[in-house]
Design a binder for this molecule. Structure first.
Ligand SMILES: [Zn+2]
Length: 84
């Protein structure tokens, strides 16, 4: 039930974002959220295990980079949209 409510909330947010982007003539890029919390924003390595939500720092076992988990995820999303 909670998952259904969360999915509905995400769907409503996405609809609102698409509408606002259209209304204000802005480019909106939707990112596949898969593994955004598991991939390293520096080297692209994928962690073997999902980070528990209580763990706020992402540390890469491959390159040793570390950053706040949300910043790491943001970097992963940016990298996914680099052309080429
Ligand atoms: Zn890394």
């Amino acid at each position: 039930m909670a998952r259904k409510a969360a999915d509905a909330a995400i769907g409503a947010t996405k609809t609102a974002l698409v509408e606002q982007a259209r209304k204000h003539d802005r480019v909106l890029r939707l990112v596949d959220p898969k593994h955004t919390t598991m991939d390293c924003g520096q080297c692209g390595a994928r962690a073997k295990h999902r980070l528990p939500l209580s763990e706020r720092t992402y540390t890469c076992t491959a390159c040793g980079a570390w950053s706040p988990r949300d910043k790491n995820s943001a970097r992963v999303m940016l990298v996914r949209f680099q052309p080429g």
